[in-house]
Design a protein around this ligand. Structure first.
Ligand SMILES: [Zn+2]
Length: 252
């Protein structure tokens, strides 16, 4: 069910164990060929598919288009809240939900720059309510649930999400092909990083001239439809576990 379709009394009448999902996205540059709307479009599309399948078991807030994208600010089209502002914003959302009785609060994220602030928000708010034992705060990024799309379609080149890459370009081709510019001649930009598995701080211009990271030239609408199906299936299975939580224990 959609939070924004409910009246105030209908929100008040929800069972407090109904998980509330805050979908997180961004408006930011996506290379030379994809709209700045890409992360919001893809997150919205996945939430549409998932919410239709979860029925009344989960309530979904509107997709938040403003994300933490400061690493993309060298490129036009990027709108960004700084990491600390974004962190406070997410903590405020969680406080709103807790004050209205929700116990299961879930961030479903569709933009890499939101990953650290969203995780931090769940930990900060957990410590704030440290005397409670009936709270479940969760965060996931939709491509982080273990989906291996190349096992379903061996022509899929990438083994991880990039940026304005094979995966994202394919999904936008499946949803809004009229918004995709010339992609078949774009160069491959390897994700790189000789310090893996350590984490190196970066800004986008450190890694790419045109703004994409990955293999957009391998994209297709067919791959995009497969990716959307696999990611939405994974999200439904994960949310089933959130619904099934016993309400107090660590093991669930
Ligand atoms: Zn993106």
């Amino acid at each position: 069910m959609l939070f924004h379709h409910l009246s105030a009394p209908a929100v008040a009448a929800l069972t407090p164990d109904t998980p509330i999902v805050f979908p997180l996205a961004a408006i930011e540059q996506h290379g030379q060929h994809l709209p700045v709307w890409t992360d919001t479009l893809l997150t919205q599309s996945l939430i549409d598919r998932v919410s239709a399948r979860m029925n009344d078991r989960v309530v979904f807030a509107p997709v938040m288009w403003l994300g933490n994208s400061h690493h993309h600010l060298d490129f036009n089209g990027t709108l960004s809240a700084s990491p600390r502002v974004y962190l406070d914003l997410l903590c405020s959302l969680m406080d709103n939900a807790i004050e209205q009785g929700f116990r299961r609060i879930v961030f479903i994220n569709g933009h890499g720059g939101n990953d650290v602030p969203a995780k931090q928000a769940t930990f900060e708010v957990r410590q704030k309510y440290s005397t409670r034992d009936d709270l479940l705060f969760l965060m996931t990024t939709y491509w982080g649930l273990g989906v291996e799309p190349w096992t379903c379609d061996p022509s899929i080149v990438q083994r991880e999400m990039g940026h304005a890459c094979e995966w994202e370009t394919s999904m936008v081709l499946a949803l809004k092909p009229e918004l995709v510019g010339a992609y078949s001649t774009l160069p491959t930009v390897e994700p790189g990083n000789p310090f893996r598995p350590g984490v190196r701080a970066w800004k986008t211009k450190d890694r790419t001239g045109p703004g994409h990271i990955g293999v957009p030239n391998a994209a297709s609408a067919q791959k995009g439809e497969l990716l959307l199906r696999l990611f939405s299936d994974a999200l439904v299975q994960w949310l089933d576990r959130v619904v099934a939580w016993d309400g107090s224990s660590w093991e669930g």
